[in-house]
Design a binder for this molecule. Structure first.
Ligand code: SAM
Length: 310
């Protein structure tokens, strides 16, 4: 029996131009659009001239709706899963349907598209080599404190979804955990008319959001904690001590690297430079000692012997 297919379809997070051609085609072709809120998606669909049947699927009705949706997929229907904004499943409903589809071997097609997490990261200016997405934090209690403490210790760039009502408090909580100086960004109303980016330290942003509460949707991006720098000064000192012993340069560099955390290569270069500087100083000393032992130029006997009138 041929089965249908589930399409995961991202929708704009504000700017309606951020809908892809592919997303529009899929929404026009499917038998049914499965929406977090059919009224919300209805407005979106009307904007693009899409007229397809819709069914709601959200945290309130997912267990009731799931069997019906799976049955429709088994009967060969194509369904498109959308949420109110952005990518389904990212702090949004959809996971139980996706898991059931995977478990039952039903065909799946995933479309890439808008999401606030990637948009905020892209403009944050922080390293994107490694990042973590926290989504929404627990609102209170021990769990919230533990999560915040883990985020403060995080070396990767951190992305947090936060409501405008709690942004100031979250920034203050982060500050209280000792990362007041840490650079952060609040990206507000992304892709919309009043989009704004607020950049500063956690303390500065806490003050800004306390004194001037902002409305709208927000993402907080926190630069990761910088890894403790290897202590170069300690490495240099230790190397100096080791070089006064009989150790070869390479061995001294290796031992100093093990203790200080500075790279062995870097320490080896330092050791070489130190040796060369010492040799140079020695040669100069020898040179000036030789010069001092010479007689004054006027009394040079060799000059006398070469004298034209000699
Ligand atoms: N699925 C969505 C996505 O892919 O980004 C996220 C949905 S979640 C229910 C809503 C949260 O996402 C908001 O509270 C906010 O933190 C963030 N968000 C969504 N749209 C945003 C926008 N235009 N600007 C800033 N943050 C946004």
């Amino acid at each position: 029996m041929t089965t249908g297919k589930l399409y995961i379809v991202p929708t704009p997070i504000g700017n309606l131009e951020d809908m892809t051609f592919r997303a529009l085609r899929v929404l026009q072709e499917v038998e049914c659009i499965v929406a977090e809120d059919t009224r919300h998606t209805g407005i979106l669909a009307a904007h693009y001239g899409i007229k397809r049947p819709m069914l709601s699927f959200n945290d309130h009705n997912s267990s009731r709706r799931l069997p019906e949706l799976l049955a429709r997929l088994q009967q060969g229907e194509r369904l498109a899963l959308v949420t109110d904004a952005g990518t389904p499943g990212i702090s949004d409903p959809g996971l139980p349907l996706l898991q059931a589809v995977i478990a039952q071997g039903i065909a799946l097609e995933v479309l890439p598209g808008a999401s606030a997490v990637v948009t905020a990261l892209s403009g944050s200016g922080f390293s994107l080599a490694r990042f973590v997405f926290e989504g929404f934090l627990p609102r209170k209690g021990r769990q919230r404190q533990e999560r915040l403490a883990a985020l403060v210790a995080e070396e990767r760039t951190v992305v947090i979804y936060e409501s405008p009502l709690r942004m100031a408090q979250t920034l203050t909580d982060l500050q209280a955990l000792g990362c007041g100086e840490r650079p952060a960004v609040v990206a507000r109303e992304l892709t919309k008319h009043y989009e704004s980016w607020h950049r500063g330290s956690v303390s500065e942003l806490a003050e800004l959001f306390h004194s001037n509460p902002h409305k709208g949707e927000m993402v907080l991006v926190l630069r990761g904690q910088e890894a403790a720098l290897p202590c170069e000064e300690q490495g240099r000192e230790l190397l100096g001590q080791l070089l006064t012993t009989n150790l070869a340069l390479g061995q001294a560099a290796r031992q100093a690297a093990r203790v200080s955390g500075v790279s062995r290569n870097r320490l080896y270069q330092m050791a070489l430079q130190k040796r060369q500087a010492e040799q140079h100083a020695e040669e100069e000393e020898e040179g000036s000692a030789r010069l001092q032992s010479l007689p004054e130029s006027g009394e040079d006997p060799s000059l006398g012997s070469e004298s034209a009138d000699g």
